[in-house]
Design a protein around this ligand. Structure first.
Ligand code: ADP
Ligand code: MG
Length: 757
């Protein structure tokens, strides 16, 4: 391990912190040591301060050292089977932004020697030797090519983030470096020091510390807990701007809305302040969903010599380094998703950051000169209340996708339960994943992957949506379902503006009572809005597409123009995948429509055959009128997200998880779903997600018919988790839930009979 550079060795930044040059980054200075370490070892862990050049430089260094191809010869003509170095990022924006940066530094076009591949966007080609990808993308590549034979070096970057997909890649690559020795090199890079844990996991591999160039950061604590961290954060930032000398301010907040509102208020303050009070300031938001150009602004010097105030999510903690920061304001909170496997409920909670994160945040202030960090919590809270490290995502998220993935990979002789995770996931989350996969027909009663599961796995959408798409294909409406899936992947379709509010409730239905004469007529008919979110999303996209994908249309209807363009791309990609897979399938079987069944893929016993005479090529009629098949496909895909309205009020009881919950329909859809006369919501629905904010809500709601629910119900009650896990999980038959499900099924059946008579 090299000693830290002596003080005098520090290069002067020339007074311009925005003009960073690759040659004076710490990682670049230790290039030869890093190359030696990688040559000598199959796995190397590199730890270095954020901003030291791990992400942008190590790939270039290894490429220059001819380590990018398994033959070790970079001068060999690039062949399609050798793209060299792949670098994973947990975040899509980071993968794209960093690839562009590296291409710029190497003076090559993006998509040439340097490229990136993220879900729904491939910007790489035959000549690509350094490829930035999301960790999810590399997992999908593993399905096609389990030994990752295209690559000579895999760099798992931002390991400290412990994203779910990166954790799975740890396990897979640990096996791969053994089987592909010595042609595959693995480099793990991390900003923080869980080095012993990583090293032990990878067979005591060497850990290389890149000495950072950090300046001291003075830390100030609050004397008491603030009543509102947001108010205090804005006040503190404003005070700093008025009272402190030059240097940019970085304020950490928890999400887009909070950031936009803080930016707005800070902007007003700057605008209203008189010249003697303070200088000008440029306020810049930074969060993942921000358009790329707006994101890129944080890397540029301000137009005039004025202070920049960057208001960011924890994306600025380690994955993107904002230059010029001297002051950090840290409210000590982060928005984190915690999944409850018992109920299937996601809770997006504002929680305390870990002490490790707090140190990272403070460190952002000391990159170019001594800095100051203002913690809006007490020293006592930092020392005693904060968790020491962040809980890895694998221990707080649904594992449905991961378990299906591991089943699909069929790692030789390994059951999913024996997979070598760095930190084992929770047993209840495993049980939940197996149960859900069984309900979807992706695994059979013994936990073996089914043909349905095999078809679902490679689709680049969550398992439920994959199942719905396969059902839609069977019904000849794959285009419609692809549209819905694409629209669901847009963060916010409805953004307000002249056309209305967020959800379709305001976004579409507003013209119904004729009050708003200047507003355009709603896109979906009143009857269709009663079918729920998915149908409205479909009609919205169709109307936009019919009108020639115009921005004007988006403005008129309060749609997120960029989001719509994204949906268009995603839709095209999804249909492409289907077309390709359809072709393979037809060739394999000589028949394009074999996977009959109605949601009980492997023909489990509860399922009734669907005898409603599905015909293919209904696309045209479907487009004009009936959305029944679309709703049926969604019902099959989201069978484990079923809910029934309570008899006397508009709450819903959920089914499909171990324990049911009472939840409300999200306000964005509730109004338009309700019956005009009785005000009641539909009795049965499936939903996309169950989210607890102030209270539990179901979001992405689709009305279904009672008889469809009756078909799904028995399967929900029929889960034998002990058997699904090959006995590895305790015989945990879900008695209570089975009973509940059976009772509700009986009730639904009785009602149907009543209605029929
Ligand atoms: P690390 O991965 O160690 O945190 P990076 O390689 O991401 O470090 O960053 C190294 C330097 O490159 C930083 O000074 C950062 O500001 C700069 N940088 C990274 N991405 C960009 C970009 N897209 N545009 C301009 N500068 C960038
Ligand atoms: Mg990095």
């Amino acid at each position: 391990m090299p000693p830290p550079p002596p003080e005098g060795d520090r290069e002067d930044d020339g007074g311009d912190p925005y003009a960073s040059s690759a040659s004076d980054l710490p990682v670049t200075r230790y290039a030869s040591e890093i190359v030696e370490a990688v040559r000598a070892n199959p796995v190397v862990v590199v730890i270095g301060e954020t901003g030291s050049g791990k992400t942008t430089q190590i790939s270039q260094i290894l490429h220059r050292a001819n380590l990018s191809s398994s033959s070790g010869d970079n001068n060999a003509p690039p062949s399609s089977s050798s793209t060299g170095i792949v670098v994973t990022q947990p975040r899509r924006v980071a993968a794209v932004s960093v690839a562009r940066r590296v291409a710029h530094e190497m003076n090559v076009p993006v998509g040439g020697l340097v490229g990136y591949t993220v879900r729904f966007e491939d910007c790489s080609g035959r000549d690509t030797r350094i490829k930035y990808v999301t960790d999810g993308t590399l997992l999908r590549e593993c399905l096609e090519d389990p030994s990752l034979s295209k690559y000579g070096v895999v760099i798992l970057d931002e390991a400290h983030e412990r994203s779910l997909n990166t954790d799975v890649l740890f396990g897979l690559l640990k096996l791969l470096v053994r089987t592909r020795k010595p042609t595959l090199k693995l480099v793990i890079t991390s900003a923080t020091l869980e080095s012993e844990k990583f090293s032990a996991y990878f067979g005591d591999c060497p850990v290389y510390h890149v000495p950072g160039r950090v300046f001291p950061v003075d830390i100030a604590y609050a004397s008491e807990r603030p009543r509102s961290y947001l108010e205090t954060a804005i006040e503190t930032t404003w005070d700093l701007h008025r009272s402190q000398g030059p240097g940019d301010i970085l304020l950490f907040l928890t999400g887009q809305e909070e950031i936009e509102s803080a930016c707005k208020r800070l902007n007003e303050r700057v605008r209203d302040a008189d010249e003697t009070e303070c200088d000008d300031a440029q306020i810049l938001p930074l969060y993942a969903a921000l358009p790329p150009e707006a994101q890129a602004r944080v890397f540029c010097a301000p137009p005039r010599a004025c202070r920049r105030i960057v208001v960011a999510t924890n994306i600025a903690e380690t994955s993107l380094t904002v230059p010029g920061v001297v002051f950090v304001v840290d409210p000590g909170v982060v928005k984190q998703n915690v999944y409850d496997p018992e109920t299937g409920c996601d809770a997006l909670k504002i929680t305390a950051v870990s002490a490790v994160q707090a140190r990272q945040r403070a460190g952002r202030a000391g990159r170019t000169q001594p800095g100051r960090c203002f913690r809006l919590y007490t020293r006592d809270a930092f020392e005693h209340d904060m968790p020491i490290v962040t809980v890895p995502e694998i221990q707080r998220t649904s594992l449905v996708g991961v378990v299906l993935y591991l089943k699909m990979l069929r790692i030789k002789g390994l059951s999913v339960l024996d997979f070598d995770f760095l930190d084992k996931p929770d047993g209840a989350a495993m049980t939940d994943a197996l149960r859900q996969l069984y309900v979807l027909g992706a695994i059979d009663v013994d936990g073996e992957i089914t043909e349905m599961g095999r078809e679902m796995s490679p689709l680049p959408v969550e398992p439920q949506l994959a199942r719905a798409m396969l059902e839609a294909r069977r019904r000849g409406i794959v285009e419609e379902m692809a549209t819905v899936a694409a629209m669901l992947s847009v963060e916010r379709v409805f953004v307000g503006g002249s056309g209305g509010g967020k959800g379709q409730g305001q976004g579409q239905g507003q013209g119904r009572d004729g009050r708003d004469r200047d507003r355009p007529p709603p896109i979906a008919s009143a009857d269709e809005t009663k079918m729920g979110d998915h149908v409205v999303l479909l009609r919205t996209y169709e109307a936009w597409a019919r009108g020639g994908h115009r921005r004007r249309f988006c403005e008129e209807h309060g749609l997120n123009d960029r989001g719509m363009e994204f949906a268009r791309d995603v839709r095209k990609q999804l249909l492409g995948v289907f077309r390709d897979r359809g072709r393979d399938r037809d060739m394999d079987r000589g028949n394009g429509d074999r996977d009959g069944g109605n949601g009980d893929g492997d023909g489990g016993r509860g399922g009734k055959r669907d005898r409603d005479g599905v015909e293919k090529n209904q696309t045209q009629t479907q487009r004009r009128g009936d959305v029944t098949d679309l709703r049926k496909a969604i019902c099959v895909g989201f069978a484990n997200k079923l809910a029934r309205r309570l008899p006397r009020h508009n709450g819903f009881r959920t089914f499909g998880a171990d324990a049911s919950m009472i939840a409300e329909a999200h306000p964005s859809v509730a109004r338009s779903l309700a019956d005009d006369v009785t005000g009641l919501l539909p009795e049965w629905v499936v939903f996309h997600s169950l989210v607890s904010t102030t209270r539990p809500f179901i979001k992405g709601v689709c009305r279904i018919e009672p008889e469809w629910a009756a078909q799904v119900m028995p399967r929900l009650g029929d889960v034998d988790v002990g058997r699904l896990s090959g006995g590895a999980l305790a015989e945990e038959r879900t008695g209570a839930n089975a009973e509940k499900a059976a009772a509700a099924a009986a009730e639904a059946e009785a009602e149907r009979t009543r209605e029929a008579s």
